[in-house]
Design a binder for this molecule. Structure first.
Ligand code: C5P
Length: 240
């Protein structure tokens, strides 16, 4: 088991349109949460300003831009990130793309950890068929995670459904970061774009190190209460 503080286990997805809204969420939650995710929407609104602001307040940042391009472009993009104090960055691609993203860090002494995206948690089996893929999602996630680890990635992003197999097959060192978290009571009636969902407790029990949570917190009537409940679930899962 990795030594990760409870207040870093939830990575809060700051999926908002304006940096001021992101700052409000950080101020509102920072007594409980120390890890924030900046994705495409927020990054397009404020580039590195919001990332610097969050890091200057003493928190960790996951930059989730899921780089996917020709290898040289991905390498150059990752180089823009490697000296910014960012903790996790995501890359989405085949071996040459992942290798190029790792080259960006070489010799820099950067603390940045690179995570390979396996299969988006919004994807279901039908989406795979529609893209002409014949494998099951579980097999594809495992295959991609194994490659990412062999190539030198620090971790991967996958749903909690696949986390157990990854943890068993690929060992303790791999960082598993899991989005698609939904609170237990609502899990049957989830009607947003996420498909491969599960509770935080089950995800951690299955071997996830971190859970990425957005809307279950940001759309809640009482976000701090949801955070407390999620952290209690996570603490229970870690004990068990
Ligand atoms: O609101 P919700 O909890 O679904 O937010 C999940 C976040 O995790 C979103 O920002 C989404 O971009 C991100 N994500 C994901 N699936 C992945 C990788 C990232 O849902 N495979």
């Amino acid at each position: 088991m990795k030594d990760i503080p409870l207040n870093e286990r939830i990575i809060l997805a700051l999926d908002v349109a304006e940096p001021e809204m992101a700052k409000e969420w950080v101020r509102k939650t920072e007594e409980k949460i120390h890890f924030y995710k900046v994705g495409l929407q927020l990054f397009m609104a404020s580039y590195f300003d919001i990332i610097d602001w969050i890091i200057d307040r003493g928190h960790k940042v996951m930059v989730d831009l899921k780089f996917f391009d020709i290898p040289e472009t991905v390498k150059l993009a990752m180089m823009q990130l490697q000296d910014k104090g960012v903790t996790f960055a995501t890359v989405h691609g085949n071996d040459p793309i992942i290798r190029a993203s790792l080259e960006a860090k070489q010799g820099s002494g950067s603390e940045l950890k690179i995570l390979g995206v396996t299969v988006l948690t919004s994807f279901g089996e039908e989406d795979m068929r529609a893209m002409g893929m014949s494998r099951t999602i579980e097999d594809l996630v495992y295959f991609r995670a194994k490659r990412a680890l062999e190539l030198g990635c620090d971790g991967i992003v996958s749903s909690g459904l696949e986390a157990a197999r990854l943890r068993q097959g690929l060992g303790e060192k791999l960082l598993i970061v899991t989005p698609g978290i939904r609170p237990g009571a609502n899990i049957e009636e989830n009607d947003d774009d996420q498909t491969r969902i599960m509770t935080a407790r089950k995800a951690i029990e299955n071997g996830a190190d971190y859970v990425v949570v957005g809307r279950p917190i940001t759309k809640a009537a009482n976000p701090l209460k949801v955070i407390d409940e999620l952290q209690q679930e996570i603490a229970l899962a870690l004990k068990g």
